[in-house]
Design a protein around this ligand. Structure first.
Ligand code: ATP
Ligand code: MG
Length: 371
């Protein structure tokens, strides 16, 4: 049986939020602790983050330690997982350069995630009107660089949110093209999506389709308790649920989507008191019962939000405590990144050497000599 290797990561464009947690981070920690993988690499994708933040490198730089702290707080363990910084591994850019030749502009233009992101960032406004507009070449090509990141480690499994599906498909195409054209050195990765539909793409607190650092609709893993409570209180719900007695809608209501993603039956034993009020009291044992009552009417948003707040605090509190401890020892965090990066570089260098041999551009090696 072949080796089982994980590669995944995040862009250091800010601290990590609960969408990252349910979309990928929670699963990574489970996989790490399952002990069934030969190697696990988690990348802080600073070079990719620069593709749409070239004018703001300070933000990327400042976010690196924040993301590393979020990782350690969530339970990634440097003894089991290599945490590394993308830009410090120049082999990745070399691989990207060779893969660029295996992909067409037309193929990149069809990528639905890149299309949506271009739209969101306003890159496709008329270049003639504003010479700042237009699509940065690096941004347009980031799916190719992502293929380099994944294949450099011969990753077999990539645990990510649903928005990454087109990137994985692009990577698989590059692997097939490379292996067929040169020699079979690259490994085709499998995507590992969250098993719960609500976690595929967690919506924002404003009800927008995706919680995203760039949209400012996030609950961060590092938010303190009062901040989380305030964000939950202000959340978008069903706009037609005006009176408590009105029937409410669960579908498309982010309060329920978050409960789908976070709540477990034992939370009802712990936090059942949230549903006990002066005007009405309910005894729920699971989320389905809450949904049924909400749909029927009589259950107010305030009660459901108080329960969600309790569930989120329960999930986030242990992470906050771990984060606070690591914040006291930043030199340790930097050392984790340094060692993780060294380990990752050794593997990427090995793959790059194999790639060059496969392409027969190893001119100065004895078996690749020009004469
Ligand atoms: P940016 O706006 O800078 O792109 P982002 O919030 O989209 O930031 P990324 O770093 O691009 O975050 O994504 C990191 C990982 O988190 C990916 O695996 C992505 O699929 C997942 N992810 C991001 N946002 C969500 C979300 N709202 N729900 C589920 N998964 C998510
Ligand atoms: Mg993103």
């Amino acid at each position: 049986m072949g080796r089982k290797v994980i590669l995944t990561g995040d862009r250091p464009t800010g601290r990590l939020h609960i969408g990252h947690y349910v979309g990928s981070l929670r699963r990574r920690v489970e996989l790490q602790d399952s002990g069934t993988f030969d190697d696990i690499f988690v990348m802080i994708a600073d070079a990719q983050a620069l593709t749409d933040n070239a004018d703001n490198p300070g933000k990327i730089r400042d976010s690196i330690l924040q993301v590393a702290l979020d990782y350690l707080a969530a339970g990634l363990d440097p003894a089991k997982t290599h945490i590394f910084i993308q830009s410090q591994i120049s082999e990745l850019t070399e691989l990207t350069f060779f893969y660029n030749n295996l992909v067409t502009v037309q193929r990149l233009q069809r990528n639905p995630t890149v299309k949506a992101e271009i739209q969101m960032r306003g890159f496709n406004e008329d270049v003639a009107q504003d010479n700042k507009a237009g699509i940065p070449v690096g941004f347009f090509c980031y799916p190719i660089s992502q293929a380099a990141d994944i294949t450099a480690f011969k990753a077999t499994v990539v645990p990510v949110g649903e928005d990454q599906e087109p990137m994985l498909e692009q990577t698989r195409e590059i692997v097939r093209k490379f292996n067929a054209t040169y020699a079979p050195v690259l490994v085709e990765p499998e995507i590992l999506l969250p098993d719960n539909a609500s976690c595929m793409r967690l919506p924002g607190t404003d009800g927008k389709a995706k919680m995203s650092k760039s949209l400012g609709n996030c609950i961060y893993l590092s938010d303190d308790a009062p901040t989380v409570s305030a964000k939950v209180r202000g959340m978008y719900t069903d706009p037609n649920h005006l009176q408590v007695s009105d029937p409410g809608k669960v579908e498309g209501n982010p309060v329920f989507t978050y409960l789908d993603a976070f709540c477990r039956d034992e939370h009802f034993e712990k936090f059942g008191a949230c549903f006990q009020g002066r005007k009405a009291s309910f005894e729920f044992h699971n989320l389905d019962e809450v949904k049924a009552q909400y749909r029927a009417g009589g259950l107010g948003d305030v009660m459901v939000k108080n329960f969600l707040d309790a569930v989120l605090q329960d999930t986030l509190q242990p992470m906050r405590e771990r984060r606070a401890r690591f914040e006291q020892d930043l030199p340790y965090v930097v050392e984790v990144l340094r060692q993780g990066t060294e380990a990752a570089r050794a593997v990427a260098a090995q793959t790059l050497a194999e790639v060059k041999r496969a392409m027969r551009i190893n001119y100065f090696e004895p078996e690749g000599g020009l004469i």
